[in-house]
Each structure stands twice: as C-alpha cells, then as structure tokens.
Design a binder for this molecule. Structure first.
Ligand SMILES: [Zn+2]
Length: 140
C-alpha cells in the first residue's frame, strides 16, 4: 500500500512524518494497528494531554482516559477539534475510523461500547500518541 506524502502533508507544514519511526508511519499513514498491550501508555495514569505523534495536535485529555482492558489506550471522549471520523468498511466490518484533524493520520477506531457519559470507546494506537504530562501547579 503506497500513500503519497503529497496528499497528507496538508497545510500544517509538518511534512510527511519527519522524525516518525517506521512503525509510527505504518499506523499513521498506512492505517496499521499496533500489537495490543504493546503501548506503555496503557499504564499511563498521570494528568496531561495526549497529542498526535505526527503533527502535535492535541487529541485527548487524561480526564477521558480509562482502562478498557482491550490492550490499547482507550478514551471515552476526544478533544472536539482534535479528531475526525470516517466510515471504514475494510476487513468485512463497518467501523468508525478515527484520524487526526490536523495531519489526517490514522489513530484508531471508535466503538459504541464505552462508559458513560458518552458511551463511546476511542480505541487508540498508543504508538501514535505523544503524552505530555501536565506541569505541576500550572493546571490545564
Ligand atoms: Zn496529526
């Protein structure tokens, strides 16, 4: 599967994943999926912001992270301007794909079996998230 950088670099000026590892590129640009349980972010409990590894856009806050037991970092709510969704009918299933609103990189999928208040489960590839711990005392 080849995907041109030209269609993805967009207006953010971030280029085509400069500085990304091949595995990050495989997920972000090639709609790949990381191995469940492989992300250290599964156990991340600190306060902070989860940003896109491709362009730095803020996607999720630690307030909406929960332990879904799926092996992937999971959130019940995204930052409104952070992500966009599209219908994905690959692999014989209809799923809702989640991508970054900034660089359009693939992040994961959203499922309707999450906890209240949203009932949503944003099932993310931790490898394409960059955790930024909140600075002590500075608030969010
Ligand atoms: Zn991005």
């Amino acid at each position: 599967m080849t995907q041109s950088c030209d269609t993805l670099s967009g207006a953010n000026g971030g280029g085509c994943g400069v500085g990304l590892t091949p595995e990050q590129r495989r997920v972000l640009r090639g709609h790949g999926t990381e191995r469940p349980g492989s992300s250290p972010l599964n156990d991340e409990k600190r306060q902070g912001i989860y940003a896109c590894a491709g362009c730095g856009r803020e996607l999720f806050t630690s307030d909406s992270k929960y332990d879904s037991g799926s092996g992937w970092p999971s959130f019940f709510r995204a930052i409104d301007a952070g992500v966009e969704t599209t219908q994905d009918s690959s692999h014989g299933m209809i799923r809702t794909e989640v991508h970054c609103a900034g660089c359009k990189g693939h992040l994961g999928h959203v499922f309707p079996d999450g906890p209240q208040p949203t009932g949503l489960r944003y099932c993310m590839n931790g490898i394409v998230l960059e955790f930024r711990p909140a600075t002590q005392g500075a608030g969010l």
